[in-house]
Write a protein of this length. Structure first.
Length: 662
């Protein structure tokens, strides 16, 4: 390998003389902004579309810093034909007086032509900032074919112009002005660097919207040449101002999606010792993947960083502590993956001297940010949970469900995988329907072969399938994972459904449009129905959420008199129908069905399976009832008999009252 002094490379243990010369004249010294033009990737990550738009972000960030510091309340962003972009603010204006270190140059020229110069290093001019004038602005200047700047300061307008980073004129005094202040920068990216790539109006408009959301005190006025947005959804002009800040941002991002909590949790707080402040807006989604958008001094940080770490710690520790307060041991299983996986959120922090990973600032690395954010959010989160127990209980139940599902997926990975090429094996007792599509089809789950025989004769063979189950199925709420995997009845049910469970679940492979639990109209039948609903709630919750599970309502009695036949679902219904449907003193023949297996197929079809005449109960799970449902499942179906005993004690009196009223 060549060494620093050009002595050649080692070969066979001896030094071989280099054929080329290497002397002082080979050492290049790149002055001014030449390093940026020679190696743009070191400063903006490359020369692709992302890098091109990074130039716009750098200039807009400087204007935003003036707004955040309280010196500007509006910013104008204008995209013109020819790929010219203008950013104007009404802030203090970049200083134009001679620089003390370079007295022949104005501070404006130093800022735009010298790397690592600016007014944001000491913290005296800005408490918090995202852009660094001498880095961002000078890089943009270096990579612009032409950059023009106007500064309105002290009732005087100054102008300067640069081409490819070099001044093409001296700073000009353009005369006295009134009612105007601030900085205007107009530039065109250099085609020698970026080729034929053009600014995207849609992308710039989204950038402006996000900045307006991030600082509620600023108004961003967007303008674009109408020809550039013709035929698109991007407006040619818009005034972007959002008094709700991140709350408005989140509401727009999750529009139309159902939430676990009734309303997002949002707020803002200053850090201790005037170290900055943070703002947040968070919610949790019923379905689909969530997202977390984080920002530091209005700079997007797509790779997160220390501020995101502080948020994660505050939320997980806070929810676990709430679970301990509620004496719910399951809360200890909740991880950041469970709680943040379905969360939709925005977090914005403003801190002094932010440290980023790389010049493109994709990740915040300031160590103190984690501590500041965790301390600020944890206290607020604890108060939010304690102030609304119903919402907190629902959120805890949702997180516990996700934790249990994650644990089940992990356990399932330990079981041997079947060959992916195997043919579909359907349970032998399944009487399948003939329709190939799942549209309009139903799977009836019945107890026992006898009931299965009647149901198979009563069904519509095209759209209705029947799967007999052997008595009471396994209680999945109290069974171990090994027992669950080894239970043949549940295996048959899962095979028949076809959609898999856990990480293998795919709603697109569900073989039936609806699942109907059809059990006897007695206590044993109700128990079997409860076990099946527990199975779906625990193992296939998406079917419950999509309202695919139904309960059939078979009759318990058949009433006949004078050639008239009616069916009653229970004792109270029987008494009511006798009074309403038959004449007084008429002898009514009352037959009680011992089970579905004893019901003639024609009667079963007429009362329970014919879509035109039957009644079905849909199993629904309202988001606001998540916590109560989770508690009931745990109490009535879980492993602790003392919880069931307590439930019976607390509710026995209510049942007695209902019996008396009946």
């Amino acid at each position: 390998m060549n060494d620093l002094f050009g002595r050649g490379r080692l070969k066979g243990g001896a030094a071989a003389l280099s054929t080329g010369e290497y002397s002082a004249k080979d050492i290049e010294v790149l002055e001014g902004l030449e390093p940026v033009r020679r190696r743009p990737g070191m400063y903006i990550g490359g020369t692709d579309e992302n890098a091109l738009h990074h130039l716009a972000a750098e200039i807009l960030d400087n204007a935003m810093d003036e707004a955040v510091a309280g010196h500007a309340d509006f910013i104008e962003v204008t995209l013109e034909a020819g790929n010219w972009l203008t950013v104007r603010d009404n802030g203090r204006g970049i200083p134009v007086d001679p620089h003390p270190k370079f007295p022949k140059l104005s501070a404006l020229e130093v800022i735009l032509t010298t790397l690592h110069s600016g007014g944001k290093f000491s913290g005296k001019a800005y408490d918090t900032s995202g852009g660094l004038h001498g880095v961002g602005s000078s890089v943009v200047n270096a990579l612009a074919e032409r950059l023009e700047v106007e500064v309105a300061r002290d009732r005087t307008l100054f102008g300067h112009a640069f081409e490819r980073g070099k001044p093409v004129q001296k700073l000009k005094n353009l005369g006295t002005i009134h009612n105007r202040r601030g900085t205007t920068i107009r530039f065109k990216p250099d085609p020698e660097i970026f080729g034929k790539q053009l600014f995207s109006p849609a992308r710039l408009h989204r950038l402006c919207r996000s900045k307006a959301y991030l600082f509620r005190g600023v108004e961003i006025r967007w303008k674009c040449d109408p020809a550039l947005v013709q035929g698109t959804d991007t407006p040619a002009e818009a005034v972007l101002h959002f008094p709700g800040g991140l709350s408005d941002f989140l509401a727009a991002s999750i529009e139309g999606r159902s939430q676990v909590v009734p309303a997002p949790w949002s707020g803002e707080m200053s850090f201790a010792e005037n170290a900055g402040r943070c703002e947040w807006a968070l919610t949790w989604l019923e379905q689909g993947e969530g997202f977390l958008n984080t920002y530091a001094n209005t700079i997007p940080t797509p790779q997160g960083g220390t501020h995101e770490a502080g948020l994660r710690a505050a939320l997980v520790k806070g929810l676990r502590a709430y679970g301990e307060l509620k004496k719910d041991r399951r809360a200890g299983n909740v991880t950041a993956e469970d709680l943040l996986g379905g969360m939709a959120g925005m977090l914005s922090v403003f801190i002094r001297d932010p440290q980023f990973q790389g010049q493109t600032k994709d990740k915040l690395t300031s160590p103190e940010a984690a501590r500041l954010v965790e301390a600020a959010l944890r206290d607020h989160f604890d108060h939010w949970l304690a102030g609304d127990p119903a919402t907190a209980d629902n959120l805890l139940a949702w997180a516990v469900e996700r934790a249990e599902e994650r644990i089940r997926r992990r356990e399932q990975k330990d079981t041997p995988r079947k060959s992916a090429t195997r043919k579909l094996r359907l349970p032998g007792k399944l009487a399948d329907c003939s329709r190939e599509s799942s549209d309009g089809t139903e799977l009836f789950l019945v107890e026992g072969d006898s009931a299965g025989g009647s149901a198979k004769q009563a069904r519509d063979r095209e759209t209705q399938a029947v799967l007999p189950l052997r008595g009471k199925i396994l209680n999945v709420a109290s069974a171990s994972a090994d027992k669950l995997r080894g239970n043949q009845e549940l295996k048959d049910l899962i095979e028949a459904l076809g959609c898999g469970v856990g990480e293998k679940f795919d709603i697109g492979r569900l073989r039936y449009g609806r699942v109907v639990i059809m059990t006897d109209a007695d206590v044993d039948g109700a128990h079997i129905a409860a076990l099946l609903m527990t199975f779906f709630y625990k193992e296939l919750p998406e079917l419950v959420r999509q309202e695919r599970i139904h309960l059939a309502q078979p009759p318990l009695y058949r009433l006949q008199a004078g050639g008239k036949t009616v069916y009653a679902k229970d004792d109270a219904d029987k008494d009511r129908l006798i009074k309403r449907e038959f004449k007084a003193n008429q002898k009514v023949d009352v037959s009680r069905f011992k089970g579905l297996g004893e019901m003639p197929p024609a009667s079963l079809k007429e009362t329970t399976m014919d879509p035109k005449r039957r009644t079905l109960l849909k199993v629904v799970l309202p988001p606001e009832e998540r916590a109560r449902t989770s508690e009931l499942i745990e109490a009535l179906m879980g492993r602790k008999p003392e919880l069931r005993f307590r439930f019976i004690q607390e509710n026995a009196a209510k049942l007695d009252e209902e019996a008396v009223d009946a």
